[in-house]
Design a protein around this ligand. Structure first.
Ligand code: C2O
Ligand code: CU
Ligand code: CU
Length: 417
């Protein structure tokens, strides 16, 4: 249904059996009963309401990762949709165009729910995008990456400590799919929805990718990348030019642990798309006066207790960890203390897109110069981010997006007042 100033979508959350491995049925929990939920394409400036119906036998909710949304539509872990019930979430889409995604955020269950299929793309098309003439429509393709552990009968095995056995890489829910392409440019929106794995993506045949976007949308300028690193929750938008390839050639997208998918060049094609030298200039960093707030955030696991901490505490919904003033700008230094066990983490903030200032004093990595909502923090490293809080009030989470860690307690909340 469509009203004058709002688009309405319906999403059914349910269990179903789908083909992921060839010839086998796998039970998944998903939006529309699919392992990869429907891609919602929305326009900047146009309000969207999504009605979620919970057709499962357990409570669930939905979070729009990267979205600027009011707290009661953010999918707080205790704010749930009971079995058989429905509820509306409102997304104002006032932010710049970006590759966002939606997923479950049920307290202590988010890791298993996301693993079993509760995720999908939510693409905001920016007002500035048409005139850039980037590859669009059939040549703008979202690719969701994850990993899984299948039992011999095809069912998905889930256990928090089973991450090393999730060795089947999936692209849009299939192991090593192939994707027919024309010999022209494509825009691929890469998203890592895995609970634990960091992907290191590269193309064979000496091909490179041109990164044009990250979590919060287009970069100021394109960056040539040989390897794109994506930790859980992160996105990278890349343009790949198959123009120089001949019909019949194949190009493989690889992770360090093996092939992820294959592009088969099946036809020649005209191509009037381009990658302009200037994409989306960043808003100037607000000047920070004497009243600026600096915070120290530490990430650490306790292997013996099986707990994961932010600033030495596990998540407690009844405790506000950080109070933030609406409209203010803060600098957070995020430090990963897990040098001894050499364990990487990342940090995701709800509601906002931030800027990465430095990594251990060095400039951010290529592809990190745009707006981000999730940042990889390798073992022993410190990353400083600058965050500006907008107009929304209320409680929002920040956490490691390695979801086994967030379930283990590596999650906290800020209250915007
Ligand atoms: Cu992808 Cu708390 O989020
Ligand atoms: Cu989020
Ligand atoms: Cu972590």
């Amino acid at each position: 249904a469509s009203y004058r100033d709002v688009d309405v979508y319906h999403q059914d959350i349910r269990a179903s059996r789908v083909e992921m491995l060839p010839g086998v049925r796998t039970e998944v929990l998903g939006y529309g009963g699919a392992f990869v939920g429907p891609t919602l394409r929305v326009r900047q400036g146009r309000r969207v309401v999504v009605r979620y119906r919970n057709g499962l036998d357990r409570a669930v909710n939905t979070h729009l990762h990267g979205g600027h949304v009011a707290a009661d539509s953010d999918g707080y872990p205790m704010d749930l949709i009971e079995p058989g019930r429905s509820r509306f979430y409102e997304y104002p889409n006032t932010q710049p165009g970006a590759t966002l995604w939606y997923h479950d955020h049920t307290h202590h269950m988010e890791a298993e729910h996301v693993y079993r299929g509760m995720h999908g793309f939510y693409l905001v098309e920016g007002r500035d995008e048409r005139r850039l003439r980037l590859p669009s429509r059939d040549h703008d393709v979202p690719i969701m990456l994850t990993d899984a552990h299948f039992a011999p009968d095809g069912s998905l095995i889930y256990a928090p400590e089973d991450t090393p056995n999730r060795t089947t890489l999936l692209a849009n829910g299939r192991p090593r799919p192939y994707f027919p392409v024309a010999a022209r440019k494509y825009r691929f929106r890469l998203l890592n929805v895995s609970n634990f794995r960091t992907f290191h993506l590269s193309l064979d045949r000496d091909m490179t990718m041109t990164q044009i976007g990250s979590d919060g949308g287009l970069l100021p300028a394109p960056v040539r990348r040989e390897v794109v690193v994506l930790s859980p929750g992160e996105r990278a938008e890349v343009v790949v030019d198959f123009g120089p390839r001949r019909v019949g050639e194949q190009v493989v997208l690889n992770d360090v642990s093996g092939p992820v998918l294959r592009f088969d060049v099946v036809t020649r094609a005209a191509d009037d798309s381009r990658v302009p030298d200037v994409l989306r200039p960043l808003p100037p960093l607000p000047a920070l006066g004497s009243g600026r707030t600096d915070r120290e955030i530490t990430l650490k696991v306790d292997m013996v207790r099986g707990a994961a901490y932010i600033n030495d505490q596990v998540f407690d919904p009844n405790r506000v960890d950080v109070r933030v003033k609406r409209g203010s700008t803060e600098i957070w230094r995020v430090t990963n203390l897990d040098t001894d066990v050499s364990l990487d983490h990342n940090l995701h903030l709800h509601l906002v897109q931030f800027r990465i200032l430095d990594r251990d004093g060095a400039p951010p990595l290529p592809g990190e110069s745009g707006l981000k909502d999730t940042v990889l923090v390798p073992a022993g490293a410190s990353v400083r981010i600058q965050v500006t809080f907008g107009d929304f009030l209320g409680r929002y989470l920040y956490h490691c997006h390695m979801l086994e860690h967030s379930v283990g307690g590596m999650m906290a909340q800020m209250e915007i007042v």
